[in-house]
Write a protein that binds this ligand. Sequence first.
Ligand SMILES: [Ca+2]
Ligand SMILES: [Ca+2]
Length: 614
Amino acid sequence: MKRTQLFFATLLLSLAVLPVNGQAIERVDPPSWFTGMKNSSLQLMVYGKGIAASDVSADYPGVRVTTLVKTENPNYLFVNLDISPETLPGNIKLIFTNGKKSISHLYPLSEKPAGKARGINSSDVLYLLMPDRFVNGDPANDAVEGLTEQPDRSRPGGRHGGDLKGIINSLDYLKDLGVTAIWLNPFLENNQQRSSYHGYSTTDFYRSDPRYGTNEELRQLVSQAHDRGMKVVMDMIFNHIGSGHWWMKDLPSRDWIHQFDEFTRTNYKASTYMDPYAAKCDIKLMEQGWFDHSMPDLDQSNPLVETYLTQNSLWWIAYSGLDGIRMDTYPYPEPAMMSRWAKHVTGEFPGFFIVGEVWFDEPAQMSYWALGQENSDGYRSNLPSVTDFPLCFATHTAFTSPASSNDGVARLYSVLSQDFLYPEPLRNVIFLDNHDMTRYFTQTGKSLNVYKLGLSFILTTRGIPQVYYGTEIVMEGDKSKGDGDLRVDLPGGWAGDTKNVFTGANLTDEEKEAFDFTRNLLNWRKDKEVIHTGKLKHYITDDGLYVYFRYNKKESVMVILNSNDTKRQTITKEKYIESLDGFSKGHEVITGKTIDDLTSFEIEPKTAMIIELN
Ligand SMILES: [Ca+2]
Ligand SMILES: [Ca+2]
């Protein structure tokens, strides 16, 4: 029997046993586990009325109950198991005994997927999409009984009906577009009264929101992406949960979440954590204050919380085969725990990709969280990748501010010149915008030329580029109009849409031009090793002109970004002879034209040139 079949057979068996014998057990997390894990220990959170009074034993070869942990809440029992390396997949019979009464629970074990994680690196381009707003592949799941918020496409903050099926249906489109990995905004259950569409208020760590589809559909998405050579990144949030989480009706313990006499908000000042002069009260409020009224703050210093969250990550990776995790609000949970978590995940799945959302203005602040950084206070993040916000912010004015020695394109030069702070800057995720900020095209004042300059930069400089859905058709979105404006539905994703990005129907000339530009550049980048891992050399910006080279032993690419509004610029070989020596011609990627003589050539105003040298 194939592993997946066995898994489902055992899951069904397990569920079938519950109503007969297991009235007292309402829930066991994780819902299943895996053989062949490097760490042989597993901690089950068992929930049921009065369950803590039970003694527990396991009847299964290779599996034994080591200890039981109780909290002040009698409805929770934490069962520590040891699963020896030779244990085979099957159903562990767990026996809960209380006096003369005993109940059993069959707990499924399947085999951990073999092989090394594919990981994600600078040869990839991530496509960030919000499941509710991308494609509605199954209108039947727009409203689901038992979940509070109903669909309402008329409201920017309502649920619009997009789902996992819609993403699966769009994989060929994404592959053709030229992206190699998909980062989904969170898809776990968010059974909240309102604004549940964004997914950042988890109400069940082990269940896809049924309005997006089933866990099995997530697994299909990963599998079908892999069939196309693409990868999938899951968004996780460990700092907080949604106020509608099932724990909130009956907390496992008082110290499961940070509690205050009255609502207490975080100060959002993540820099306090590495600030050598920070007051303790500020650090404490940063870590323990709630992100919002509807987002209770988990206490990760509680070892039971730590284990729960860590196992949750391992479960999703082993269950679905996903390739990466994007961890939300990385500095907001207890940092020591997050460091242990990252080490644990990459230890269990070597090569697995994790990018932490680390939102700072300065490269120095960012670099504190980078892999391999040996901070003087002893902190080691173990985080494979960080989100490069300083570079993102620099792109917002790089091609629109008047050129000077420290503004305009000079900011790109300045931010990158601080890469000595990062042990491995190629690991940074780089982007023009995301779901939390005004879309790049809107930031540029709707300039297609600036848009092209921005994309040319982000797809040729160092790092792992991420593009936000809709960028390919210059979708607009203004943060001052509310978050919903940044997350509008992709045209063509809903039945009846007149404009359709998938067929090209009713796209404006500008949208078509943007699409072709983006698609060409993304597909060109796919196999350009020199862009993925080549060295970077850049020249001091001059009169609004930023020139850099990506090069390795085999190839060299020259990138010229002319931010001037009206000024055509002349490029001379002599000025860049350090990089151009030995080259006489070039192939310009965007126009497809050949440059026959590199001695002297011109670049138009507000234009990018990407030249493969030969
Ligand atoms: Ca739907
Ligand atoms: Ca926190």
